[in-house]
Design a protein around this ligand. Structure first.
Ligand code: GLA
Length: 391
């Protein structure tokens, strides 16, 4: 019974897509046996302080490419086919390192040590209080002033049948205020079914908190001059976390029923996004909340969290994860001041993010699933972004 509503969302999605373009053909599924998946390394210039950066291009047999730099473990570009087989970049980002270094809002990057907010930048662990930078009003956001998105990771091409890139980073004890030397590993694998698998793991030498995610901004039209308001999204979530006006969860797990947060059946992102009579929409300036995945969170089990469909291109993306929550953010803070790839100005709602994670502010909310990592434990989560084309 539990999955039925979400399945009906899927059905609605495919029905909607069939209706839209009955005469459109699926791109050819024929795979050229001479083609091999590849991973290539090139230069991505140097940071302001002279560190050399690399860009890795992962390509699968179908023709999907994902480029990743070791600066922030950032996904710089990602091409996906439309219903005519045309590959276009479906992510926001910058053409060069100088763009990222000017300060962009986590375009495509790995976010840590703690993705999302920690109230007032404070938390207690084993009787000690820790103070983090407050880089988002009164709160701490996405790992602080120099989070994992702004550091240079070690990168290594892994020998594997699928293009695989392993990134590692050691975050020092008390870096950005967090206790413990944390060894982090993020593995990106581009699968032949047009999925990008991201595996995160970490170990520590002192008790700490960890919540890792990727902050890719998507626009499935492939043209970032468009907003994402006509994309249709279904979230496999019957509850969400209401927030206060500084976007810290109040602690309540609220049913989505009868609210603009109900995406159990597929809805246009823009349908209710301006319903400012809803206090939660008002606080977020749109959607900027964590939704809780339906069903039991069994450690290591992958669940489908979201399906997005873009009617004009026919592109669809499913997000699967072992995480208990997903932050759906609709680019509310993009304000036309950033010139992105190809000189395109990123305006409000040029992109959306689906950040799989534990709940925001968990270190201060004892009723939320724990984000504490102890020295004898291994943090391990997996998220898959899977692309397809609707008929
Ligand atoms: C997250 C947050 C948003 C915003 C963006 C970056 O998704 O929840 O409030 O900070 O990152 O701009």
């Amino acid at each position: 019974m539990k999955n039925i509503l979400f399945l009906s969302a899927l059905t609605a999605l495919s029905l909607a897509s069939c209706k839209q373009n009955p005469e459109q053909k699926q791109p050819s599924q024929i795979v050229d046996l001479n083609k091999q998946p590849t991973i290539e390394k090139s230069s991505f210039g140097k940071t302001k302080d002279g560190q050399s950066l690399d860009l890795y291009t992962l390509k699968n047999v179908a023709g999907m490419t994902v480029t990743i730099t070791n600066y922030g473990g950032t996904i710089v570009s990602w091409t996906a086919p439309d219903r005519n087989g045309k590959y276009e970049d479906i992510t926001l980002g910058c053409d060069s390192i100088s763009g990222y270094e000017k300060g962009v809002p986590y375009f495509g990057s790995i976010v840590g040590r703690y993705g999302n907010r920690i109230a007032k930048g404070k938390f207690s662990l084993e009787g000690k209080t820790y103070t983090l930078a407050t880089n988002n009003g009164a709160n701490h956001l996405h790992g602080g002033i120099k989070g994992f998105d702004k550091v240079v990771w070690n990168a290594m091409i892994v020998e594997s049948p699928q293009p695989t890139l392993k990134l590692t980073y050691v975050s020092k004890d008390m870096e950005e205020g967090y206790p413990g030397n944390l060894s982090v590993e993020v593995i990106y694998t581009l699968l032949k079914d047009n999925s990008l698998k991201i595996e995160y793991s970490a170990t520590t030498d002192k008790t700490t908190v960890v919540n890792l995610t990727n902050h890719a901004y998507f626009n499935l039209t492939g043209d970032m001059n468009n907003t994402i308001l006509d994309h249709e999204i279904a979230l496999n979530c019957d509850k969400f976390l209401p927030v206060d006006k500084t976007l810290i969860p109040t602690g309540e797990l609220k049913s989505v029923e009868g609210t603009p947060f109900d995406f159990l059946t597929s809805q246009k992102i823009g349908a209710r996004i301006n319903d400012t009579l809803n206090e939660q929409i008002k606080f977020g300036g749109g959607y900027d909340h964590a939704w809780i995945l339906k069903g039991q969170n069994t450690e290591g089990a992958m669940r489908s969290a979201a399906i997005v469909y873009e009617p004009k291109s026919g592109r669809a993306m499913e997000v699967l994860t072992t995480e208990p929550a997903i932050q759906f953010y609709t680019g509310n803070f993009l304000d036309g001041t950033i010139k992105g790839k190809g000189g395109v100005i990123y305006k409000k709602r040029s992109g959306f993010c689906l950040e799989t994670e534990h709940y925001p502010d968990s270190p201060n909310q004892s009723k939320f699933p724990t984000t504490t990592l102890k020295p004898n434990q291994t943090y391990s989560t997996t998220t898959i972004y899977r692309f397809s084309v609707a008929k």
